[in-house]
Design a protein around this ligand. Structure first.
Ligand code: HEC
Length: 119
């Protein structure tokens, strides 16, 4: 009985810990266009995104970032990621990430929830 209660509590708290609003499963689908350039666990055209939520921008070792992103001083919390994914070039003028951005806020929150699940 006790384990059932703990289990239920854990199941209720887990999604909150991952993200307040976004849906990681939907975010995985919304991440499809990102895969052209990004992987988890290794750098590609774009930097490795494992553990990116909470990380300092342009801090992935071995990746050749633009001067713009290196000098941005950004830490990738959810608010900064949201602005970035809405319009990368507005958030960091001069970035070399060639992605127009997602106009849909829900989609962005879902992608961030998915990124947060990749630790
Ligand atoms: C056409 C290739 C391309 C696509 C598509 C793309 N990115 Fe990127 N991304 C890059 C490049 C290149 C950089 C490095 C930018 C720089 O140095 O200015 C980057 C940087 C980033 C960073 C900052 C990482 C860090 O270490 O500071 C995040 C976060 C990110 N991309 C997320 C995404 C997500 C999420 C998507 C899909 C919604 C996406 N990107 C789509 C190429 C791409």
């Amino acid at each position: 009985m006790r384990y059932m209660i703990y289990g239920a509590l854990f199941a209720a708290l887990l999604p909150m810990a991952a993200h307040a609003e976004g849906d990681a499963a939907a975010g995985e689908k919304a991440f499809a266009p990102c895969k052209a350039c990004h992987a988890f666990g290794k750098n590609g055209v774009g930097p490795n995104l494992t553990g990116v939520v909470g990380r300092k921008a342009a801090s992935e070792e071995g990746y050749n970032y633009s001067a713009a992103l290196k000098g941005s001083g950004i830490t990738w919390d959810e608010a900064n990621l949201h602005e970035w994914l809405k319009n990368p070039k507005a958030k960091v003028p001069g970035t070399k990430m060639v992605f127009a951005g997602y106009p849909d806020d829900k989609k962005i929150d879902d992608v961030i929830a998915y990124l947060a699940s990749k630790k």
